[in-house]
Design a protein around this ligand. Structure first.
Ligand SMILES: Nc1ncnc2c1ncn2[C@@H]1O[C@H](COP(=O)(O)OP(=O)(O)OP(=O)(O)O)[C@@H](O)[C@H]1O
Ligand SMILES: [Mg+2]
Length: 652
């Protein structure tokens, strides 16, 4: 047994934690109360008698009053971390997994505080039970009626305010699961005891994810993030205040810069799909709001307050523009335009990713999709330098032309069987054609052979640590296409390369790509990553407003679950069953920057606060805003984003 288990050892701040004479006295004794009207009785849970070492005043009418300054010397014990805060309460059942603490009058415990108590068992030794405060209650002991509070305040009725903290056990060391006994001293855990209570001492490599309520760092076990024992992160919370995207990026910053990955950090990469505005296009720029306080907050977590040094940015090209410039407005330099040529689309079997909506799943044309994809793969011959193809006599340089060729083949009696499958009915073929036509406008910016391909056209995670793919200017259907195609390619690349560096893939609005109901090629890719990614080195960091809308197998495969502010209806759903009842309620009040982090090692999710981003999250936060692009291009891109008459009507 180590010294730290012994009661009475000085806390890390040097405050003596030994109980004083007053605090070590017998369990609280009671006093006789007299209600106005002369009714005399024993206060609930109390014996008649005078507390040892305390003065008792007698009020007119004979009532005994406990002096407000309870146990002598209480102040000495409760003035800092590691100090005595109270005793295991005897009014509620104490169990090895849950117990209550009656607090000294001069001490307090707040939610998420970490406490320890030690029980000595003859022949076994000292059993240290540590836990996290999940609820604190204060009440007048001795009051029976709502109106008693006035009498008590006036000193007419004797009663005392007593605070009781409920504690969820996090660790019992050694593993002898006995209840802490009422009357045992309870201390605030600090230093090594806190680390032990929260299992930080057992983490071979630990990742700082923010500060606890006590200001000290909270860690996540890296082994549950890097695939060693688990992988994947699921972050949920309502839009705007839950800070899901900010936390996901902070997590990446911590992964790359905390040293938790050791030498593996050099080869670790991140692939970030950005769906909301151009917020993530500035993460290589320092935030103008970065001040000394923020630097100190980062330093306290062992992290530099710096932007992402190695980042590459991709955005789709401006539609109907022949220069191949990226469709971004806030940043011009350093953003590459990405697209796939018609030849790549045909050769790499990308057609299924065009049909990835819930609506596609309800229809019967899957066979047609695969048949057409096969024909394109076999019949499309590369043509020219820009990625065009020739199908029969038809030269195809745009997505619109490709759609026309496919529709012509399906409409022609001679070729239909070959392109749609031998037993496919005309109705099914027509349904396919309608959906194919509706993909025209969403997809034509990213599937084309009318631009001169540059050297960095294809999205690649090779040359930089963080790869940001900006999708916000694309139609949802095209967003799904891009995410599906890029992830499938990365999965295949990782499979071929064998175990190598880790790839952290951050997907915002995961529910759009892997909804709970139905199947789609993109959902298949994501499920594959959720289930096999660990061994491939692909780690998913998914964010969504509602975990209840995301495929269950993805959520259950996430070792780390994080919750920011939730709305109360969502907080009640079974997906958040890992949160104790009190944390569910608290999640409805969580402020920006406050998250609850659950990890397999620790039975209670931990509340953390992470610092404000050190990198710019919008153009106005850049110290030197990147140059704006030429005005006419902006106009073109704005109008191109308006829905066209043939666009799909959303299914709501
Ligand atoms: N640590 C922090 N402390 C306080 N505020 C923060 C912190 N991090 C981010 N914010 C602020 O909170 C706002 C919302 O953050 P963020 O965009 O990450 O939320 P979100 O949950 O991803 O929202 P959405 O669902 O709309 O994408 C940001 O504009 C940012 O200014
Ligand atoms: Mg977000």
């Amino acid at each position: 047994m180590t010294d730290s288990f012994r009661v009475g050892r000085a806390g890390s701040n040097g405050a003596a934690a030994a109980p004083s004479a007053g605090a070590a006295a017998a369990p609280p004794a009671g006093e006789t109360a007299v209600r106005p009207g002369g009714e005399t009785g024993v206060l609930p849970g109390r014996e008649t008698g005078v507390r040892p070492g305390r003065e008792t005043a007698v009020l007119p009418g004979g009532a005994a009053v406990v002096p407000s300054d309870r146990a002598a010397g209480a102040g000495e014990q409760a003035d800092g971390l590691g100090a005595l805060v109270g005793r295991v309460a005897g009014t509620e059942d104490s169990t090895p997994l849950q117990f209550a603490v009656a607090l000294d009058e001069d001490s307090y415990l707040q939610l998420d505080d970490v406490v320890v108590t030690v029980r000595h068992i003859p022949g076994v030794g000292s059993i240290l039970t540590s836990g996290v405060v999940t609820q604190v209650r204060a009440r007048h002991e001795g009051a029976s009626f709502g109106s008693d509070v006035f009498l008590i305040s006036d000193g007419v009725l004797p009663a005392r305010v007593q605070e009781i903290a409920e504690v969820s056990t996090t660790r019992v060391e050694p593993e002898v699961y006995v209840p802490p006994r009422p009357g045992e001293i309870v201390r605030r855990a600090s230093g090594p005891e806190r680390s032990q209570a929260l299992y930080f001492d057992q983490m071979a490599s630990r990742l700082p994810v923010g500060r606890g309520r006590d200001g000290a760092p909270i860690y996540v076990n890296m082994e549950f993030l890097d695939g060693t024992r688990g992988a994947h992160v699921s972050i949920s919370g309502i839009s705007g205040v839950a800070t899901k995207t900010s936390f996901a990026l902070f997590l990446l910053h911590s992964i790359f810069r905390s040293g938790a990955l050791g030498a593996r950090a050099v080869n670790a990469k991140a692939l970030v799909f950005s769906v909301k505005g151009e917020d993530l296009l500035f993460l290589d720029q320092p935030n103008v709001r970065l001040d000394d306080d923020l630097r100190t907050a980062y330093a306290g977590l062992g992290l530099p307050a710096e932007p992402f040094a190695s980042a590459g940015f991709w955005a789709p090209p401006i539609p109907d523009d022949q220069t191949g410039r990226p469709n971004v407005t806030g940043r011009t330099s350093g953003v590459e335009a990405f697209w796939w040529t018609i030849a790549e689309f045909c050769a790499r079997n990308m057609l299924p990713y065009v049909f990835a909506d819930a609506e596609d799943e309800r229809n019967q044309y899957t066979i047609v999709i695969h048949q057409v994809a096969t024909r394109l793969r076999l019949d499309a011959a590369p043509y020219g330098e820009s990625g065009a193809v020739k199908i029969g006599d038809d030269v195809v340089t745009t997505y619109a032309e490709l759609v026309d060729v496919v529709v012509a083949r399906l409409s022609d009696e001679q070729t239909r069987q070959d392109w749609a499958g031998p037993v496919t009915g005309v109705g099914t073929v027509n349904a396919f054609v309608r959906r194919l036509r509706s993909s025209l406008r969403p997809l034509r910016p990213v599937i084309r052979a009318d631009l001169t391909p540059g050297p960095r056209r294809l999205i690649s995670t090779q040359d930089q640590q963080v790869t940001v793919v900006d999708l916000h200017n694309l139609h949802e259907r095209a967003q799904r296409f891009v995410v599906g195609v890029v992830l499938a390619a990365e999965t295949a690349r990782k499979e071929d390369a064998g175990p190598g560096g880790l790839l952290f893939t951050m997907i915002d609005e995961l529910n759009k790509y892997a909804p709970r109901e139905g199947t789609s090629p993109i959902k298949e890719v994501l499920l594959d990553i959720a289930e096999r990614g660990r061994s491939l080195g692909i780690i998913l960091i998914g964010a969504q407003q509602t975990a209840s809308e995301v495929e269950r197998r993805i959520v259950t495969n996430s070792a780390i679950r994080v919750v920011g502010r939730l709305d109360s209806a969502e907080a009640g759903r079974p997906e958040y069953g890992f949160l104790p009842a009190s944390q569910r309620t608290r999640a409805t009040l969580a402020k920006p920057g406050a998250m609850f982090v659950s990890q397999p090692d620790i039975p209670v999710p931990l509340a953390v606060e992470f610092p404000f981003p050190a990198w710019a999250t919008r153009r106005s936060e850049c110290a030197q805003p990147p140059r704006p692009p030429a005005a006419p291009r902006q106009d073109a891109s704005v109008f191109s984003r308006l829905p066209a008459p043939d666009d799909d009507v959303p299914p709501f």
